[in-house]
Write a new protein. Structure first.
Length: 229
């Protein structure tokens, strides 16, 4: 009876509190790939979650550990381990025990390698060099240390080597010296004057054939000559 009560309590813990305190937790702030200060998290050491003797543990105790590992793997956004351990949880107690002995750590190591490879995205020279060295080594402890510590140290060096925004602004040429044009201050000098039409002095009166009419004393002289003739 007492064993049944203990099994029930362990099952409740597995369902209600699947994540162990050692699961991914917040650490000191660090820099992301864009050199912005963010709250970084530590990848969980899955090995530390297996605190029982798998050979002598009860089926319920094994399932509690399996649920804790799955919760930690999901918090770390691991691509392989969460699905693999769920498949083991769906199997028999012996299959789950065998998976926790070997399969869980193998899947976790693959996940660590994938996570290290992800750090190469938009990485600076220090991060690229560090990640490539870690991938060449391939050790579980080496990869875990890189993800939790080495990555942020290398990224800080890359961000410190970048030019500050204020320096790039002061070194750029002033737009006013190349794009602005000073408007003319004397527009009247370029304005074309309209020609003033002058009245014609050679126009003839209509109906005269181009000759002026004879008037005055000249008319009387002509009449006298005509009468003599």
């Amino acid at each position: 009876m007492r064993r049944n009560i203990t099994a029930g309590v362990l099952m409740a813990l597995a369902l209600l509190v699947p994540a162990a305190p050692a699961a991914a937790h917040a650490a000191a702030p660090g820099l992301d790939a864009t050199c912005q200060t963010v709250e970084r998290k530590l990848f969980t050491d899955i090995r530390k979650l297996i605190t029982i003797d798998l050979d002598t543990a009860t089926d319920t105790e094994i399932r509690v550990v399996a649920n804790q590992i799955q919760a930690a793997a999901k918090a770390d956004a691991l691509p392989v381990l969460p699905g693999a351990i769920q498949e083991a949880l769906d199997g028999t107690a012996e299959e789950l025990k065998a998976f926790l002995k070997t399969g869980a750590l193998s899947a976790w190591k693959v996940d660590l390698r994938v996570s290290v490879t992800r750090t190469l995205n938009n990485a600076g020279p220090k991060v690229k060099a560090g990640a490539q060295d870690v991938l060449k080594d391939g050790g579980t402890d080496v990869m875990l240390t890189w993800l939790n510590e080495g990555l942020y140290a290398a990224r800080a060096l890359d961000c410190a080597a970048q030019p500050s925004p204020s320096a790039s602004i002061t070194s750029s040429p002033s737009p006013s010296t190349t794009t602005s044009v000073k408007p003319s201050t004397s527009p009247s000098t370029t304005t074309t004057a309209e020609p003033t039409p002058s009245p014609s002095t050679s126009s003839s009166a209509p109906g005269t054939g181009g000759s002026l009419p004879i008037t005055g004393s000249s008319t009387g002289t002509v009449a006298a000559i005509g009468g003599a003739l």
